[in-house]
Design a protein around this ligand. Structure first.
Ligand code: GLY
Length: 392
């Protein structure tokens, strides 16, 4: 069955671009890069590729670039949070400078969110900015990280003599020229990585009512069997609907400046999630061999914590907590985790979140299924109730 290609506009005026979703799109990557980045014949293209990608995916992309008379230069990136550093960024920049790439020669980011963030940041600062085309190959990167131009690296910060990885603490907004989401790339994803992307889809479902898709959470839940079987048409619908929601949010508040109703809503589950994601010993199934948590798993737990916090603060009906838990559980994501440190320590970690303003924790809390709000004054007891809700 042929899957029709869908196109979602990320409407940002002169920085606007299309996100194209379909099956088999990598085979026409060359023409797409040529058209969107304005690369002429013979132009070099730095392809930053996740070193865990199947060789076949990488060669499909490079062959397609060659077929359009472009010259791909392959640079492999180890897609680990601990490698999303200035050191790795410098290697990428040095590769670009080593080949003397000019300001019109683009970067293609081929991989998940880590590769997209690193390659996007390199494109943002190499010669003060070159075009980037995002080619996400994980569900998480297709529905979230590749859309909206956030790029960056993590910082390893010493706090009271202990090193702590702080995520995405340095970066830049650099919108891509195009996003190419080929759902065929999802077929070879390890199950755990694939499922972790569903947490961001459920998160979108929890805010989508004000962004044109009030039924997204329900639809995602009802389509889970086909999604988990990786049915191409269902995946294309899943990615397209999520990209539409993300594009609508970004179109309203590109740089996360709005106090209400803007991009900050995408942080639903993330303040709780980031506080636990970087704890190296937590595992989604209690098995130490599965530690640490993946980003999506931490977000899944963060969504449960946010719902429980909202219910404890009287901001959403208690039934919503159960509803969210069920959706997350059915998507194969954890709803509770063993070995969480004491609540005080976790609240302290949450205070290091980028979203803290003037020493005040700003949480995104659900109000109903499909609606959430930024809350600056959640009582400490409600935050603690959120954390306790995810203790196994
Ligand atoms: N992933 C959150 C954002 O793009 O704003």
């Amino acid at each position: 069955m042929t899957i029709p290609e869908s196109r979602v506009r990320v409407d940002l005026g002169s920085r606007g671009y299309d996100a194209v979703v379909g099956a088999g799109l990598l085979d026409s990557l060359g023409e797409r890069v040529t058209r969107s980045a304005g690369s002429g014949p013979g132009s070099r293209v730095l392809v930053a590729a996740d070193d865990g990608l199947p060789t076949q995916t990488v060669s499909r992309a490079t062959r397609a670039l060659e077929a359009a008379s472009l010259k791909p230069i392959l640079h492999r990136v180890r897609a680990l949070e601990t490698e999303k550093t200035f050191g790795t960024l410098e290697q990428l920049l040095a590769a670009m400078a080593g080949h003397a790439l000019d300001r019109r020669e683009p970067v293609v980011a081929l991989g998940g969110g880590i590769v997209g963030d690193l390659a996007g940041f390199a494109a943002a600062i190499y010669r003060r900015g070159v075009p980037v085309v995002q080619c996400p190959t994980t569900l998480l990167a297709m529905v979230d990280a590749s859309i909206g131009g956030k790029t960056g690296v993590n910082l390893l910060v010493q706090r009271a003599g202990t090193p702590e990885l702080q995520k995405n603490m340095a970066g830049a907004f650099h919108q891509p020229r195009l996003v190419v989401a080929d759902v065929e790339a999802l077929r070879s994803l390890p199950d755990r990585v694939f499922r972790a992307g569903l947490a961001e889809c459920l998160k979108h479902g929890m805010i989508a009512a004000d962004f044109g898709d009030p039924g997204l959470f329900d639809w995602t839940e009802s389509a889970l069997a086909r999604i988990l079987a990786r049915d191409a048409a269902t995946l294309a619908e899943l990615v397209t609907r999520n990209v539409r929601v993300k594009a609508a949010v970004v179109g309203r508040d590109e740089r996360e400046e709005a106090d209400e109703g803007g991009r900050a809503l995408l942080n639903l589950g993330h303040t709780f999630g980031h506080a636990i994601e970087t704890l190296p010993d937590l595992s989604p199934d209690g098995n130490p061999a599965s530690a640490p948590l993946q980003h999506g798993e931490a977000v899944a737990l963060g969504l449960v914590a946010a719902a429980a916090c909202a219910a404890a603060a009287g901001r959403c009906p208690p039934e919503l907590v159960q509803r969210v838990k069920e959706g997350i559980h059915r998507a194969g994501q954890p709803t509770a985790v063993r070995g969480l440190p004491p609540t005080d320590g976790l609240i302290r970690r949450m205070m290091h979140d980028k979203k803290v303003l003037a020493g005040q924790l700003r949480l995104v809390l659900p109000a109903a299924l499909g609606r959430a709000a930024v809350v600056a004054d959640a009582p400490r007891e409600a935050v603690a109730a959120g954390i306790d809700a995810i203790r196994a």
